[in-house]
Design a protein around this ligand. Sequence first.
Ligand code: ZN
Length: 350
Amino acid sequence: MVAAMMLMPPHEQMYQALVERDGSFEGLFFACVRTTGIFCRPTCPARKPKPENVEFAASAQDALSRGYRPCLVCKPLSEGAGDPPWFAALLASIADAPDVRLRDEDLRRRGLEPVQVRRAFKRRFGMTFQAYQRALRLGTAIRALRDGAGTLDAGLDAGFESASGFREAFERVFGVPPGRAQQHAVLMARPIDTPLGPMVAIAGEDGLELLEFLDRRALERELATIRNRLQRAIVPGEHPVLDDTATQLREYFDGTRREFTLSLKPRGSEFQLRVWSALCEIPYGQTRSYAEIARRVGSPAAVRAVGTTNGRNQIAIVIPCHRVIAADGSLSGYGGGRWRKQWLLDHERR
Ligand SMILES: [Zn+2]
């Protein structure tokens, strides 16, 4: 996930770089074209999409997991310093036929050692070869589902050999079989791009439940906890709260919004809810210490518990846990990484 941690340039700048085919942006972002489902390098010689049809990804892995296929013209996956000589050809063959599942014996037949293949994928994408293929297939299936394809067609088109294989993979990710995903009482999830990398937002009729950076380590566990506690599935989709979240986050990053007016539904103990609500009272651009928050919630001795609760906040940025720092003024920890905490505090002081 190293690549996804990279800071992406502002949206307008990326679009301009894309139009100008600016080579200095190579590797900083990938352009995903909604109308074609293809993702490209900034320098791709193909005709450039309209701004409203582009979304940006910090890494190829991120683009793949959103259901985009690598462009056959600029081959965004096929070049990398230090890659073994066979790597580019293998990537190209997966891109050409994402529905063909390559097993260990298939690799050996091509003269490749599965262990080396796994190592190369781990290094380049932070995941195994199998996981990479799965992500590519599942991403394609999710995209097709979102576009209204029938469940079975979506799965089979994405290269799952059987309906049950697709159902299994889908259920592992979303907690319900694909057929029930649309009808059931579910929580809706959508990715939101930010200058600090992609986030995921989850909302239901009670409000925003989660807003986290996609590369946060605890994310999968948090999703599982939400699913289990609420007995609800999480599926990719649209929701007014998610639209508002995306809009207000964009305004926040543009510097035009200092307060969020979203309906929030954080889930936690009575103490945790008190702490999170105290965090929301810290004004934009200011910081508080853990001890100050502990006093604020009427439990002056509970400094450590306040620290833990601060770290358990699942609605990043909107519940501003980044505004709590150590008593000596040092940053202290942050679930999304300290570099993001520093960035957010600097941004609010600008
Ligand atoms: Zn391209």
